[in-house]
Design a protein around this ligand. Structure first.
Ligand code: B12
Length: 212
């Protein structure tokens, strides 16, 4: 868990576009041996949700939100590579946003958590067309395909990509994350009860620790 004072201080830095302040807080937390998953969920995710609320209420401009996004992405680039992953496991994950899904930070966090757990990970980023995801599955034969879905209006695209994967690769294990899923959890995937859903990368981490 990240102390509330750090969260408020960091979010303030993000809202002011003060990257140096954000870097300084993250470095301090890392020097105190903060867990990267706590940084991701309790600092980065929580502050971006806060920015989203302010933006929704008209208290922030699009430019403010973009600066928050870019600072978050740059911090992830800066620190994720320095985190030592656990012993390599002989498993492969493919993580991608579905087609027309621009929100990529959560998916990138999921990819990093697979890496931290020693998985060989391919991260395809935002807005990946369904046919490209299918081609990649054919080539890499991943043990898990993780799809990210945040913008609810993309729901038909989510169902479409799942249907295609299940048709072409019936044994393929699929997991899903992102805020789009939380709206209609029970009905949305009733056709595919075996598909697991994750609200945070901490849940994903627990799952991977048990995965064999
Ligand atoms: C930054 C942002 C953007 C940026 C994204 C830039 C980028 N490069 O990612 C831009 C400007 C492009 C954008 C665009 C839009 N956005 Co926007 N955006 C946000 C904002 C402020 C932050 C998103 C973020 O990074 N969150 C932090 C991450 C870490 O959280 P997360 O995605 O939930 O990820 C966690 C979990 O969900 C999970 N997870 C996510 N993916 C996966 C995948 C797997 C496999 C696993 C295991 C787990 C997992 O683990 C992550 C870490 O714990 C959110 C606010 C919010 N509440 O998040 C709105 C928000 C997501 N956006 C919203 C909207 C409406 C839009 C637009 C429609 C706006 C518009 N009118 O154009 C467009 C949609 C574009 C599209 N087609 O996708 C709504 C979505 C509502 C909904 N659910 O449908 C939100 C919630 C804002 C709001 N309060 O209304 N946005």
């Amino acid at each position: 868990m990240i102390n509330e004072i750090y969260f408020l201080d960091y979010t303030n830095g993000l809202l002011q576009g003060d990257k140096d302040k954000c870097v300084q807080i993250v470095e301090e937390l890392l020097s105190k041996k903060a867990d990267i998953k706590d940084l991701y969920v309790d600092l980065f995710q929580r502050s971006m949700y806060h920015i989203g609320k302010m933006w929704e209420q008209g208290q922030l401009s699009i430019a403010d939100e973009h600066i928050g996004t870019e600072i978050t992405k740059s911090l992830m680039n800066k620190y994720a590579s320095k985190i030592e992953s656990e012993k390599k496991v002989n498993k492969t994950a493919l993580i991608s946003c579905i087609d027309k899904e621009f929100h990529e930070i959560g998916a990138r966090m999921a990819a990093d958590v697979f890496e931290l757990n020693g998985w060989n990970t391919y991260f395809l980023g935002a807005c990946t067309p369904t046919r490209e995801i299918l081609k990649f599955i054919e080539i890499k034969k991943p043990d898990i395909v993780g799809l990210s879905f945040n913008f609810y209006l993309n729901v038909m695209r989510l169902l479409e990509v799942i249907d295609h994967i299940k048709k072409d690769y019936p044994q393929q294990q699929i997991i899903i994350g992102g805020q789009g899923i939380s709206r209609d959890k029970e009905n949305l995937l009733s056709k595919y009860p075996e598909i697991k859903q994750f609200s945070t990368v901490k849940e994903l981490d627990d799952y991977l620790k048990e995965f064999n």
